[in-house]
Ligand binder design. Structure first.
Ligand SMILES: [Zn+2]
Length: 576
């Protein structure tokens, strides 16, 4: 996989202004050197959110949200970091360079452009070609209206082996690029290429920004497989993408709930009928990567399936994942043999809503499906079911949730709770207890921010810090991370602006420390003295005795009694 080069990230960041970008989303008002608006990241009437132009960062005094311009776009648009950089690069007219991946491999943007171009070709064929009549009939039969077909950019891939290849040639698109985009396949004897999708209805697969990155093609003949998808490419990984998420993400802001189905039409037909917030896996079971992606948008996931055995199995698999990921999971059962689109077409949108809005909590679902399969009138049968439930409960990472589930078993089966817990403890896989992130003691955190502020504001301080304090000697984890990146940039460019680091550092804790350092009001006179104090304190015995994290207020007072005076606390600027 290719990554956007750091040079490109900085080029983008330097080409745009955070005030300009943010004011495209929020009504900013200028007040004493910065720009203010009600915060988009928490609910408020007053304006606690401000953007500081000369430092190129934003911060909210209400909820603590903070970061640079790229980070703002990530959070506001709910997209990932590379997508945000690509979006801003497009705005600024910058061509991004990528590192990693195969050296000779095509660039991401060329792959996107090729897929977008192909979507246009397929779309036009669906609308105009005589050959596509069966495709148009198919969509009509499945209840897809012309406007819906337009919105989802449905298309038709021609029969024959080189319909798309020929058009690509005429448009100066190379076979290699077509292949890297997943649209062409190389012949086994190496004698050339042929179209991957032939005689199929084409469903573009979109990334979160709505750009075409792959396709699913449904055959119109009696052949298997009914559906084929683009292969894994530099853009597309079916274990990481969900069909329809670009459309659903804005619809689920209030409900914080997404419904997961399996097919393209299961998303599109309900969407057309006004039932939003449905996405589909792309011919694969739900993965952990899917869930990580979904966690950004919702807290609740509803698996939707009809009652047949395959659906049930998929639900159980998804369930193990979701329990482990600690999300709220529900299961909605459709009438046997029917998909969401069938329900909409036969019984209307309200019938589907009724099913989706009253899902069963997953644990209750599991209990019901296990008891249905086992004779629970006998002690042996009962204990078999309880054992299977406990196995799953053991994987739940959240102890409170675990306790609730145990209580449910007690209520349902009348088993002694203590017996369950002792059984559960045996069941529990040997897990390394996750160490809680070490929170730096206040003295360490403060000194770290002071050092960073000096580094960023004064070239001589920067040079001296690089000579005398290696990154790993910075006082807390957050500032160690920033110092590493800052030194690296300083080496390369000779100077570092705080906003450079905001663009490149991706750790949340480090970003927070960085914005705090950037907020310290810098006083150019007395820099030398302050640097001495900081260095002296960093190297002092008292300071070394302050364990990172292990500190209470009174310890801090004792440790600081003889320490040099560190005046300028990183306190937020006064609100106008
Ligand atoms: Zn806020």
């Amino acid at each position: 996989l290719a990554y956007i080069s750091e040079e490109s990230i900085l080029e983008v960041k330097n080409a745009i202004d955070i005030v300009e970008v943010v004011s495209g989303f929020l009504p900013l008002k200028r007040k004493s050197g910065s720009y203010w608006a009600p915060c988009p990241f928490h609910d408020e009437k007053t304006a606690s959110f401000h953007v500081v132009p000369e430092k190129q960062f934003y911060k909210c005094f209400g909820c603590g949200a903070h970061g640079g311009v790229i980070d703002f776009v990530v959070k506001f648009e709910k997209i990932d970091f590379p997508a945000a950089v690509e979006l801003l690069a497009e705005k600024a007219g910058i061509t991004l360079r990528y590192t990693g991946g195969t050296a000779a491999g095509p660039r991401r943007e060329d792959l996107v452009r090729t897929n977008e171009w192909a979507a246009g070709v397929f779309r036009k064929l669906l609308l105009t070609s005589a050959e596509a009549e069966s495709a148009r009939k198919f969509l009509e039969r499945r209840g897809v209206a012309p406007e819906t077909s337009e919105a989802w950019r449905l298309g038709y891939a021609p029969e024959g082996w080189d319909g798309l290849l020929q058009r690509a040639r005429r448009n100066g698109i190379s076979e290699k690029l077509l292949m890297a985009s997943g649209l062409a396949v190389e012949r086994e004897d190496g004698s050339g290429f042929y179209d991957r999708f032939r005689g199929r209805v084409m469903f573009p697969i979109f990334d979160i920004r709505g750009k075409v990155i792959a396709f699913g093609g449904r055959t119109l003949k009696d052949e298997t497989p009914k559906f084929i998808n683009s292969p894994e490419t530099a853009l597309f990984s079916k274990g990481r993408q969900l069909f329809g998420l670009h459309a659903a993400k804005d619809d689920v802001e209030e409900s914080r709930t997404l419904h997961i189905v399996e097919g393209y039409l299961d998303v599109i037909v309900p969407w057309q009928a006004g039932v939003k917030g449905i996405v589909a896996t792309l011919g694969t079971a739900l993965t952990r990567d899917h869930l990580k992606l979904l966690k950004r948008y919702v807290d609740r996931v509803v698996l939707v399936f009809d009652s047949d055995a395959a659906g049930q199995k998929a639900a159980e698999r998804g369930l193990d994942l979701l329990l482990a990921e600690d999300m709220d999971l529900f299961v909605a059962k459709l009438p046997p043999g029917e998909d969401t689109d069938d329900v909409v077409l036969k019984e209307g949108a309200d019938a589907l809503r009724k099913v989706l809005d009253r899902p069963q909590e997953v644990f209750a679902f599991l209990v019901a499906s296990l008891t249905a399969k086992t004779d629970t009138t006998t002690p042996a049968g009962k204990s078999r079911v309880v054992d299977q439930l406990l196995e799953r409960i053991a994987t739940v990472p959240n102890p409170v949730k675990q306790a609730f589930l145990v209580k449910e078993i007690v209520a349902k089966f009348g088993v002694d709770e203590r017996a369950l817990w002792s059984r559960l403890r045996r069941e529990e896989p040997p897990r390394k207890p996750a160490a809680p992130p070490k929170k730096a003691s206040p003295a360490r955190a403060k000194l770290g921010r002071e050092l960073l502020s000096l580094f960023l504001n004064d070239p001589e301080c920067a040079a001296r810090l690089r000579r005398e304090v290696p990154p790993d000697r910075y006082p807390d984890e957050a500032t160690v991370l920033i110092a590493r990146k800052a030194y690296e940039l300083h080496e390369r460019a000779g100077a570092v602006h705080g906003s450079d680091l905001l663009a490149l550092v991706r750790d949340e804790g480090a970003l927070e420390a960085l914005t705090e350092a950037m907020e310290i009001r810098f006083n150019p006179s007395g820099v030398a003295k302050q640097l001495e104090q900081c260095l002296g304190y960093l190297k002092s015995e008292e300071f070394r005795r302050i364990e990172p994290g292990a500190l209470r207020g009174e310890d801090l007072l004792a440790a600081k009694r003889d320490a040099p005076d560190l005046r300028r606390l990183p306190k937020p600027a006064a609100r106008p």
